[in-house]
Structures are given as structure tokens and as C-alpha cells.
Design a protein around this ligand. Structure first.
Ligand code: 8OZ
Length: 364
């Protein structure tokens, strides 16, 4: 019997061979001058094309959206040409790939910003943590509040990135609305102290998210647009007062877009799946009418169960895909997994990136 996890699924306009998704993974190997991906990325993503869908590493929609060294961009023609090699290779290997569209907001440093600008954020409130710059780990810089013109420009940056993603041959995009970056900063009160139409009530804090979705879906179609949210995650120093109520407002309002999927970080990103009293992922999931992608600490049994029971249409695996390019085949056979080397997760060359063995390599 074929387990449901390994059966095809169509997420919006994206036809997937199975329901195992490669989650977005920041690996810091793009060219730091140009923000372009290179030949190494072509091999890395093609090796992982056995996933039903690959979500690319987080990719900035503008130079102002960058917050770490060597993360890639999708804001000019050079990026289109560079990513085109990746999408062609993934498609030739039978896979599907969307690009994760990212703006870091306040999680940045003046040394990573054009002309040494302060990072932009909903409000001038620092996250109080460190990011990885050219000089190693440094405290993130004090941000400045986005002006209304700056918000309009940011929405247009997401729109352009979606258009360029189509030119680059991606099957769609995933809007990064999670993990304490710009969109999540607007959604959550710990970072958003605005007193205009973008702050205060959740109707206002969610405005940027919906404006981005309006722009992206009108550009490329809702059925090629996914969205990642992390309602309860404290990632990157984010906090908020009433996440359950706020996301019970947000999630049903996603239904009008006909999204390819909603990708949910179920708990603390990369950490615990435990929620606090009064918090429920299942309740939020029940408010979404489209395909649902679960993420965060799934193992084989959890993924099989989630898809078989209909709790999720797809399950995204992150870290296991770093060390197991053939993760889907390993899950199918219930084969052992390679362990990833943390020292090569972020930055470096091909070592720890494109040199992890497949089951076939071991047998040879
Ligand atoms: C790890 C390191 C840097 C960035 C996220 C884009 O958490 C990230 C990220 C993860 O969404």
C-alpha cells in the first residue's frame, strides 16, 4: 500500500509528485556583492528534486531586505538568469520549486544595508539580538520606522520579485510572513508600535501582509502563491499579546486569495511544538480552506500520520534535507538518515552542502 505522504498532490497550480516538501533553509552561499546564486546552488537544489516541492532559501526582494551575509536576492535581471539555472535543473530532475520572498525588516545591520542605512521596520524598536555580518556576529542595528512611501515601495518590491520569479522559471513563490521578519514584525505588537493605519488593532497590523498578498497574487495568481506564518514562534525576538485571536482574524481572510498553500510553523521555529494554554494550531488550520503544509520537527511517523489523517496535505522537512538529498526515498524505505554537520550549515563551499551521500552512493 502506498502511504498518502508519497502520493501526488496538486497545490493550487503546482503539481507535486509527493507531499514531502523541502522547507526553506538559509545556507549563506550566494555571492555577497551581487546577491546572485551560483553553480553550487544548481547542484544543491537539483540533488533535492525528489521532494514533491522545494521551497528555496529565503531570498530578499530588495537590497533593504537583506540581513545576513551571502543570502540571495531576486530583484534584478542578473538574479533571474542565476536562478533560471536552478529552476531548469530542478525541473530536469523532475522536481518543482518556489522561491521564498523575504524582507528581514529590523533583523539587519547597517553594514548589510545600501549606503549604510538603518534597517527598516514597523517601528524604531530594536530586536535585541545578533545577526551574522561580514565581521562575524554583531548586534542588529537600531531600525527606523518605515514611512508610508516606504511601505508602498516595499509592497512593490514583493510584486516585482514575484514577476521576476516567473521569469526565472519558478513554479510559484512563498511569501515569508514568519519568524520575526518584516511581515511578522508588522503582525506582532512587540515590534509594531505604529499609530497609523498599520498599527494598533490586528486589522491594521495585518494590512501589510494583505497588501503584499494583493500585489503578489495579482501579479502571478493566488494558485502560484504560498504563505508561511509562525503565529506562536518567538523567533528573532518577536512577541505579541494575543496571537490566537489575531491569527483567527488573519487566517480566514486568506481564503479569498485561493492560495497554493498555507505553510505553518507549528510552535517555536526549529524548536518545541508545545503551545501555551489557549493556543491552537488545529483551530487555525480549521479556518483555512486551501492546502495546508505542516512544519516543525516532523519525523517520518508524524508526517505519515498527519497526511493520512488529513490534518495536513503536505509536510515540510528542513534540517533533514540538508544531510539527505534523497530524503523522500529514505522516508519511503524507512532507511536511516545521515546526520548534518552544523559547522557547515551557514556559509562555506561545497563541503557540507552538495557532498552528502544518497542511499545509492552507499551501496556503490
Ligand atoms: C536561519 C538563519 C538565518 C535566517 C528563517 C530565513 O528563520 C530564516 C533564517 C534561518 O526564516
Amino acid at each position: 500500500m502506498t502511504e498518502a505522504l508519497f502520493t501526488p498532490f496538486t497545490a493550487g497550480a503546482i503539481e507535486m509528485a509527493n507531499r514531502v516538501v523541502m522547507a526553506p533553509l538559509t545556507r549563506n552561499r550566494a555571492d555577497d556583492e551581487t546577491d546572485a546564486v551560483g553553480e553550487m546552488h544548481v547542484d544543491y537544489y537539483a540533488q533535492r528534486a525528489g521532494a514533491g516541492l522545494i521551497v528555496s532559501e529565503a531570498t530578499q526582494v530588495s537590497p533593504r531586505g537583506k540581513g545576513y551575509i551571502q543570502t540571495p536576492g531576486i530583484y534584478n535581471d542578473r538574479h533571474v538568469a542565476a536562478w533560471r539555472k536552478v529552476t531548469d535543473a530542478v525541473h530536469a530532475a523532475g522536481g518543482k520549486i518556489v522561491v521564498q520572498l523575504w524582507h528581514v525588516g529590523r533583523i539587519s545591520h547597517v553594514s548589510l544595508q545600501p549606503e549604510g542605512h538603518r534597517p527598516v521596520a514597523p517601528s524604531a524598536v530594536a530586536a535585541g539580538l545578533q545577526t551574522f555580518t561580514r565581521d562575524g556576529f554583531e548586534e542588529v542595528s537600531e531600525p527606523e520606522a518605515l514611512t508610508l512611501e516606504g511601505i508602498v515601495q516595499t509592497v512593490e518590491d514583493f510584486r516585482r520579485a514575484a514577476r521576476l520569479a516567473m521569469e526565472a522559471g519558478f513554479d510559484g513563490v512563498e511569501v515569508h510572513g514568519a519568524n520575526g521578519y518584516l511581515i511578522d514584525q508588522f503582525l506582532k505588537t512587540g515590534a509594531n508600535r505604529r499609530e497609523d493605519g498599520y498599527g494598533g488593532a490586528i486589522e491594521n497590523r495585518a494590512r501589510l501582509l494583505f497588501e503584499v498578498l494583493d500585489a503578489v497574487t495579482s501579479e502571478i495568481g493566488g494558485d502560484r502563491t504560498g504563505l508561511r506564518l509562525s503565529p506562536f514562534s518567538p523567533a528573532n525576538g518577536i512577541s505579541t499579546e494575543t496571537p490566537q485571536a489575531d491569527f483567527e482574524y488573519v487566517v480566514p481572510r486568506l481564503n479569498r486569495y485561493g492560495l497554493a498553500y498555507l505553510h505553518m510553523v507549528e510552535g517555536a521555529t526549529g524548536g518545541s511544538r508545545e503551545l501555551e494554554e489557549g493556543q491552537s494550531i488545529a483551530a487555525l488550520r480549521g479556518l483555512f480552506e486551501g492546502p495546508y503544509m505542516g512544519n516543525n520537527g516532523y519525523d517520518r511517523d508524524m508526517a505519515l500520520e498527519a497526511v493520512a489523517s488529513g490534518q495536513a496535505e503536505m509536510v515540510a522537512f528542513g534540517r533533514p534535507f540538508i544531510a539527505n538529498p534523497d530524503l523522500v526515498e529514505r522516508l519511503r524505505r524507512d532507511a536511516p538518515l545521515n546526520e548534518g554537520d552544523k559547522a557547515t550549515f551557514y556559509g562555506g563551499g561545497a563541503e557540507g552542502y552538495t557532498d552528502y551521500p544518497t542511499l545509492g552512493d552507499k551501496a556503490a
